[in-house]
Design a protein around this ligand. Sequence first.
Ligand code: PRP
Ligand code: HPA
Length: 178
Amino acid sequence: NTDPASYICAAIRSVPDWPKPGVTFRDITPVLQNPRSFRVLIDLFVYRYIGQRLDLVAGVDARGFILGSVLAYELNLGFVPVRKKGKLPFRTVAEEYTLEYGNAAVEMHTDAVRPGQRVLLIDDLIATGGTMLAAAKLLQRLGANVVEAAAIIELPELGGAQAVKATGLPLYTVCRFN
Ligand code: PRP
Ligand code: HPA
């Protein structure tokens, strides 16, 4: 299997029992470290989105920044960060989501998008979908038209991809791991 997606999925490192026993962590750092896989990965997203009517790429803190900023640059779009709470200096809006233990929140600047702007939302991985759904809600509250959500990896057993699609938001992922 030497198609680009299979090449990327094969380059992801699976780390058993991290961050805790029984969890297999899907680690994208080898994909980024190797110049060929890094380029193929970004080019997969460029191939999908070039020529689409988009205004901005929004990347999710922190690994979504790595992909989102390069992709925005390649597509000649602006980049806006969806940050973990407490990091942005100007006026913000926040959206809470639930984690395994307790709550977390993502924030954006209130002027990060103008109403009606067409936004591509990107992160590295979708597990329960809580992060991606919160980010999409935040963008929508600011009036954005979230055209699609994208990630390198989905973990179908955790149901996040289904949950995102159930809201009517199209989702594109490159690899699926159980
Ligand atoms: C990871 C990952 C996604 C999120 C996916 O980020 O990068 O953003 O979890 O999980 P979910 O679908 O269950 O919400 P993490 O919160 O570990 O932050 P990091 O990027 O700063 O490491
Ligand atoms: N890899 C990276 N990030 C994650 C994972 C994973 O397997 N699960 C939840 N967030």
